[in-house]
Design a protein around this ligand. Structure first.
Ligand SMILES: [Zn+2]
Length: 61
């Protein structure tokens, strides 16, 4: 995902601000990492450049 996406992304649970942690990146593209919400303490993985913003209870299976 592009780092500029951070401007429009919000926590799907509480609509709070997400904080980006970069694992690996390519230019302004984040390949792996995570998005953490300080407000509700959820975190969302970024894999293969795609942020997984499903609420945790819908993520498995
Ligand atoms: Zn949240």
């Amino acid at each position: 995902m592009k780092k500029t996406l951070m401007d429009i992304l919000a926590c799907p649970v509480c609509k709070g601000t997400l904080e980006l942690t970069v694992g690996s990146e390519d230019g302004d593209d984040v390949i792996t990492g995570s998005l953490a919400c300080a407000q509700c303490n959820e975190s969302y993985p970024i894999e293969e450049s795609i942020p997984n913003l499903l609420p945790p209870e819908l993520r498995s299976l």
